[in-house]
Design a protein around this ligand. Structure first.
Ligand code: ADP
Ligand code: ZN
Ligand code: ZN
Length: 817
């Protein structure tokens, strides 16, 4: 009898591929194992076995596989089912899901570039002959392709050798120049070496008798230390001894104290009272009960709790329940919120049981987490991760928590699969028969809609923990402020007063402006010309710090011109403002304050994001200016004031979700103020302070916001009332694009009638020299989504058979556009 396997390859082709195998191989192979296979003329790919059978392919002769790469499956049947769902729902191929789901170290192929890991300590005597040949070759040549390795070891199948070298950390792969993710460093102090004996200590205290402040610090260190070996952070010491930074610094300089750093996630905590799980207050308990009841009915459940209401502590209780049952737990977070703040907090409770899965992790670390989850080892019983952690090989998943479920960054826009992690998590929970909790202070309209329609369970916490008041919100009419000359630059007098007061009180301030750079537009005062990007249809943003004009879409940049390119006039002015300008103004207005900035430009470098957060947390800065990066679940203790520089730019965004997003963003950034006893203050500047969304933000009136947004979505047939699929066409030739989009939308209209909108150019109609055009298909809830998608795919097939259109890229975004 003949044997065959169906294999999925990590490429964007619809089909799976059938290869022939020997009867022996058929006995070994199980779905979910990897094999290396020849493809096309000379390529080798790593593929994943889907099925073993006896039916030869009809239209081609099956090739033989090269080699079996695994001893046991690395992907389980539930995962394959989940991938199928993702591929179908988001209209991409299984291969694309596979490429995105598996760590790329699992997917060696002939085109993969291999480099030597120059940091590795290699013991050459431990290498097998073939491994040594590759290692040696990499001493002479920086990069090798897989097929070149084949030539070197004179063998066709080299993937096993490369897998071994990867395991041993001797090589790495070119696509993987990921930054090594490094959790933040915390500054700690201990007594200097010379003072460790009792005698030396006594002498020290005597010598300090005339420096009462310093001796106070030393004594405090002792009291804090007690009998434990627990590290003492500088911040704790300053607070406890009631002393200033300068005093501690002086002691460090005298070498009486010694400063050291520990990676925050490497600190081992004594299991003292700090790390036992907190007792919930009555409101948290009520929420927990409601969640448990709803879980019993197997319902997806939404926890809506105002900022700082203690949602995280509720999650912690739930996690420990499932932990006791021996289940796996997945804690999903938006990428940017993966701060060590939260990780540390959970580690204090659950210690070693937590693994973090982060796109900034390097290839080995990600493979390690994958394998730990696969083998269900204790270290990975709880996984905290961004959206891609959905694809880990969970076996016995009991609970999924989607924190900040409203966050747009759960949606992957590029490349395919263009999936939404919250929605894909709900499907995953269903496949595992596990429970799933969505949490947010500002739930997405669709989740709240599902609560209203009885589809989801619901729990709520309406007040902050410890009776801390919600911040006091104030709207400032900026037009009025300008008219009455009560403004300096982009700061109203009200905002300036509040900043002043916070600074005097030694409290910190966050200033939010959702635009980076100095100004989004440079304009010639003589002729009105504004410099545009040559690759994209946008104005160039002025970055003063680098004296450049930059495109935020393709990265193009050029030196700041001294005169207008159109008329030669030197009178150039800027329009609008970004974080750089806010930073510059605030430095001029408050020359004594220490000011920092957090946006894409300041967080590019290695660990820059962590550094800024740590430094702000440790109060090395008074004022932090930033973009929406600041809004994500950060817990700063000493921030008393949040200033929103200009709310209007959020409201005017051309997107049916703009109002919802504005509400969420402003509420979240306001939530950073006053998280401890003293009531926080928020000032929102706007040219349009009577806008209903701003009113709803200041009164915390989520329900009215929801009702109005739902009304609008009903009117205009947007989700969650209708379903939508956005089809984007992309091509470098303007005419080809127009014709292609016309043809496609024509065919759609014949099928679906009036629910097809477009084709239309998006607000930015050209990016990286590719023109873009969108078509929107709105689908009534009563229609079958599956059938609609199949119809669209059918149309795409005919479209692709027209040779002129074949080079036009067709991109689908389902639900979240
Ligand atoms: P959220 O996640 O809703 O923003 P957090 O869980 O961060 O709120 O809680 C806000 C603050 O209140 C945190 O500093 C947290 O440690 C504290 N807190 C919350 N619940 C409790 C509790 N039951 N006991 C003691 N402290 C709590
Ligand atoms: Zn000009
Ligand atoms: Zn550009």
């Amino acid at each position: 009898m003949e044997y065959f396997v169906n294999i999925v390859l990590p490429i964007p082709l619809e089909r799976h591929f059938t290869y022939s195998i020997t009867p022996d191989e058929a006995k070994i192979l199980v779905p979910g194992m990897r094999v290396s296979v020849p493809f096309g003329k000379s390529k080798i790919y790593t593929g994943l076995v889907l099925q073993i059978h006896n039916i030869p392919p009809e239209v081609y002769e099956a090739k033989e596989i090269d080699q079996i790469l695994d001893e046991f499956p690395i992907v389980n049947p539930i995962q394959l089912q989940h991938w199928e769902w993702v591929a179908n729902y988001y209209m991409c191929t299984l291969g694309e899901v596979m490429r995105s789901a598996l760590p790329s170290a699992f997917l060696l192929e002939s085109e993969t570039l291999i480099l030597r890991n120059t940091d590795a300590d290699v013991d050459e005597s431990q290498l097998k002959d073939d491994e040594f040949l590759v290692f040696e070759a990499l001493q002479h040549q920086a990069v090798l392709k897989v097929h070149e390795v084949s030539a070197i070891v004179e063998r066709k199948n080299v993937l096993p050798i490369l897998n071994r070298l990867l395991d041993k950390n001797i090589i790495y792969l070119k696509e993987e120049v990921y930054e090594q993710y490094k959790p933040k460093l915390v500054k700690y102090v201990k007594l200097g070496k010379e003072y460790l004996s009792d005698d030396a200590l006594e002498t020290l205290l005597e010598s300090l008798s005339r420096a009462p402040k310093q001796s106070q610090v030393v004594l405090s260190l002792f009291q804090l230390q007690g009998n434990s070996q627990k590290p003492i952070s500088i911040t704790d010491l300053e607070r406890y001894s009631n002393s200033s930074k300068a005093v501690v610094k002086a002691l460090i300089e005298k070498e009486i104290l010694e400063e050291y750093h520990i990676r925050k996630d490497r600190v081992t905590y004594d299991l003292d009272e700090n790390s036992s799980i907190k007792n919930l207050n009555e409101y948290q308990l009520k929420a927990l009960k409601d969640i448990q009841v709803s879980f019993k009915e197997d319902k997806v459940t939404l926890l809506k709790g105002v900022t700082s209401s203690g949602k995280t502590e509720v999650y912690v209780k739930l996690i420990s329940e499932y932990l006791e049952q021996g289940k796996q737990i997945l804690y999903l977070l938006p990428e940017i919120a993966l701060t060590t703040q939260l990780i540390t907090r959970l580690q204090e409770y659950f210690g070693e049981k937590i693994s973090v899965f982060h796109s900034k992790y390097n290839i080995q670390e990600r493979v390690e987490v994958w394998n730990n989850v696969l083998k269900k080892v204790g270290k990975a019983q709880i996984v905290i991760g961004a959206r891609s952690s959905l694809f880990l090989p969970f076996k016995d998943l009991g609970l999924i928590i989607v924190d900040e479920e409203h966050e747009g960054s759960f949606k992957q826009f590029d490349p395919a699969p263009r999936y939404h992690a919250r929605d894909a998590a709900i499907v995953l929970a269903n496949l595992h028969r596990s429970n799933i909790l969505l949490g947010s202070a500002t739930p997405s309209i669709e989740s709240y809609y599902n609560v209203h329609h009885g589809k989801y369970g619901f729990a709520e916490i309406n007040r902050r923990f410890g009776n801390v008041l919600m911040p006091d919100m104030e709207l400032v009419d900026f037009k009025e402020a300008l008219r009455k000359r009560k403004a300096k630059g982009h700061f109203s007098e009200r905002l300036l007063e509040e900043i002043e007061e916070s600074l005097v009180n030694g409290e910190q301030i966050i200033l939010f402006q959702n635009r980076r750079g100095f100004a989004p537009v440079l304009e010639c005062l003589t002729c009105g010309h504004t410099p545009q990007c040559s690759n994209c249809d946008v104005t160039l943003t002025y970055h003063q710090y680098k004296k450049q004009l930059r495109c935020h879409y393709c990265g193009y940049h050029t030196a700041l011109p001294e005169s207008c390119a159109a008329c030669g006039s030197p009178d150039l002015d800027t329009k609008g403002f970004g974080t750089e300008q806010v930073e510059e103004e605030v430095r001029t207005l408050f020359p004594d304050a220490k000011v920092g900035r957090m946006d894409l430009d300041t967080t590019r470098g290695k660990h820059a994001y962590e550094k800024i957060i740590t430094s702000f947390e440790q109060q090395e800065m008074d004022i932090l200016v930033g973009t929406q990066m600041l809004t994500k679940g950060l817990d700063f203790r000493n921030v008393s004031l949040v200033g929103v520089m200009n709310a209007d730019s959020l409201l005017n965004f051309p997107d049916y979700r703009a109002h919802e997003k504005t509400y969420q963003m402003l509420t979240q950034v306001s939530g950073r103020a006053g998280r401890t006893q003293k009531r926080g203050k928020v000032i929102i500047q706007s040219y349009n302070p009577y806008h209903q969304i701003l009113k709803q933000v200041t009164t915390g009136d989520y329900d009215t916001m929801y009702a109005e947004q739902i009304y609008e979505r009903e009117q205009y047939k947007y989700p969650p009332i209708n379903r939508i699929i956005k089809i984007t066409f992309k091509h470098k030739n303007y005419n080809t694009l127009n014709e292609a989009a016309e043809w496609f939308s024509g065919a759609l209209r014949t099928n679906f009638g009036g629910t097809v909108l477009g084709p239309e150019f998006p607000p930015i109609s050209r990016i990286r020299n590719q023109y873009l055009k969108n078509v929107l298909v709105k689908i009534d809830k009563r229609e079958s989504l599956g059938r609609t998608k199949r119809n669209i795919k059918r149309i795409e097939k005919s479209f692709n058979s027209i040779s002129m259109y074949r080079s036009v890229r067709v991109i689908y975004n389902v639900d979240h556009i």
